[in-house]
Design a protein around this ligand. Sequence first.
Ligand code: SF4
Ligand code: SF4
Length: 152
Amino acid sequence: MARNIFDYVFFTEIMQGLGVTLKHMFKKPVTYKYPFEATPIFERFRGVHYMKTDEQGKPKCVGCYLCERVCPSECIHIETDAGPNGERLIRKYEIELDRCIYCGFCEEACPVDAIHMGRSYDVVRPTRDGYRVNIKFLVKKYKEYIEEGKGE
Ligand code: SF4
Ligand code: SF4
């Protein structure tokens, strides 16, 4: 497209660009200096999971396998044993956080309100194996969640 003589003489495009720069120079910054500054987290944010415990401090999971079945990434792995009274004892409860898509289906499926999506997102590990977290980790996350005043 041919420019007119006015554009050549007055550098209108450069002036328009400078105008945009000037407009933003006096606005409040919208970036955060992560990890030195905490970024805001919205109410419905789904972060790393936690496992609720009962009054005795035991994980509330009853080993029904529903979360494992519903998980679209197949990243929950549960193994159970039969207890002396026919109850299920959790031998293994693991989540591969690097495969999880944080959809929250596990949380929705749980019939005893045990597994929940938390609010932390800064779990960084040097190896892929490090992202495989167990029930101990999930319970620890629950305690952190309560300490932050966000748990029940
Ligand atoms: S949040 Fe979704 S993908 Fe992640 S463990 Fe739960 S069901 Fe699976
Ligand atoms: S759905 Fe809940 S109770 Fe069932 S295995 Fe998963 S965490 Fe445990």
